[in-house]
Design a protein around this ligand. Structure first.
Ligand SMILES: C[S@@+](CC[C@H](N)C(=O)[O-])C[C@H]1O[C@@H](n2cnc3c(N)ncnc32)[C@H](O)[C@@H]1O
Length: 252
C-alpha cells in the first residue's frame, strides 16, 4: 500500500483528510507510530485501525497533536485580559475557541471574565477529537497542565483532589463543547473573539489560507482573531485583518 492509498483508507476510517496537513511532518509521524506499535507498514496499520476502535481513537489523538495547558503563552493572555476582553464584553459578547483540545484555553478565558466581572453571552469550544472533548467536559487536570494558572485563580477556581485539580462548576458551566471538524463542517457565525491557536500550524499553507478566510467571515466587524505563537499571518490585510498585538488580529 502506498501513502496515497493509505491516506484514502484513513479518510474512510477516521474521517480525517490527511491531504490538508503538512505532508512531510505527517508522514514522519505516521512512520513513527507504525514502528512504535510494530505494525510493519501502512497496510499493517490500516488493518489494525479496522479491527481495533481503541487504536483508531489513539491514532487520531496522536495525529492531531492535542497538547494544551492553561494560560498558554502569558504575553497573549495578558493582552487578552487587559485589552481584548474589556473591548468585547457586553450582553451579546460571543467567543469561540476552535481546536480547544482539553478545554484549557476556553476555561482560561472564563476565569478572566469572571474575575473581572465582565459580561458575555456565550463561549463555545470545538475540536475534532472526541476524547479531548470528554476531558474538557470533565474538567479534571494533572499538575502539569495547570502550572501556569495564577495562584489566586488556583485557590478560587480549582479543588485539589489527590494529585489532580478539579475545575469549579462555576467555570465549567459557561463553556459549550462540541465536535467540529474545521476542514469540513460549516463555521458558526457572529463572534466577537475567535481563538484558533496551535491548530493550523499543522495544515498546508493553502488550507491555512482557506481557514483564515472562513474565520474572518465568522467574526463580527471589529472582532478579534487570535492565533498561536508560531502561526504569524503574512499580510493580514488580504483577509481584512489588522495586526493589533503579538498573535492578535482584528477585523477591519
Ligand atoms: C495543539 S492542540 C491546541 C489546543 C489549544 N488551542 C492550545 O493552543 O493550547 C491542537 C488541537 O487541534 C485539534 N485539531 C486538529 N485538526 C483539527 C480539525 N481538522 N478540526 C478541528 N480540530 C482539529 C486537535 O484535535 C487538537 O486538540
Amino acid at each position: 500500500m502506498d501513502y496515497d492509498a493509505f491516506k484514502n483508507s484513513v479518510h474512510d476510517l477516521i474521517n480525517l483528510d490527511l491531504n490538508s496537513y503538512k505532508e512531510q511532518q505527517m508522514h514522519r509521524r505516521i512512520l513513527q507510530w507504525i514502528s512504535r506499535y510494530n505494525l510493519g507498514d501502512f497496510a499493517g496499520l490500516i488493518s489494525k485501525l479496522r479491527m481495533d476502535s481503541e487504536h483508531r481513537q489513539k491514532f487520531l489523538d496522536y495525529l492531531t497533536i492535542n497538547t494544551s495547558h492553561f494560560f498558554r503563552d502569558q504575553i497573549v493572555f495578558s493582552y487578552i485580559e487587559t485589552d481584548v476582553l474589556p473591548a468585547i464584553s457586553g450582553p451579546n459578547a460571543r467567543i469561540w475557541s476552535a481546536g480547544c483540545s482539553i478545554g484549557a484555553e476556553p476555561y482560561s478565558i472564563v476565569m478572566l471574565l469572571l474575575t473581572h466581572q465582565l459580561q458575555f453571552r456565550e463561549i463555545i469550544a470545538t475540536d475534532i477529537d472526541e476524547e479531548s472533548l470528554e476531558k474538557a467536559r470533565a474538567g479534571v487536570y494533572p499538575a502539569s497542565q495547570i502550572n501556569q494558572v495564577p495562584e489566586d485563580f488556583l485557590q478560587r477556581y480549582f479543588l485539589k483532589v489527590d494529585d489532580r485539580y478539579e475545575l469549579a462548576e462555576e467555570v465549567k458551566r459557561h463553556v459549550k463543547f462540541s465536535k467540529h471538524n474545521l476542514l469540513i463542517d460549516p463555521y458558526p457565525q457572529h463572534f466577537d473573539l475567535i481563538l484558533c491557536r496551535n491548530v493550523f500550524i499543522y495544515f498546508t499553507a493553502e488550507i491555512q489560507k482557506k481557514l483564515i478566510e472562513r474565520f474572518v467571515h465568522s467574526l463580527k466587524p471589529k472582532g478579534f482573531f487570535i492565533v498561536g505563537s508560531a502561526e504569524h499571518i503574512i499580510n493580514p490585510k488580504q483577509y481584512g485583518l489588522e495586526r493589533v498585538s503579538y498573535c492578535v488580529y482584528r477585523k477591519q
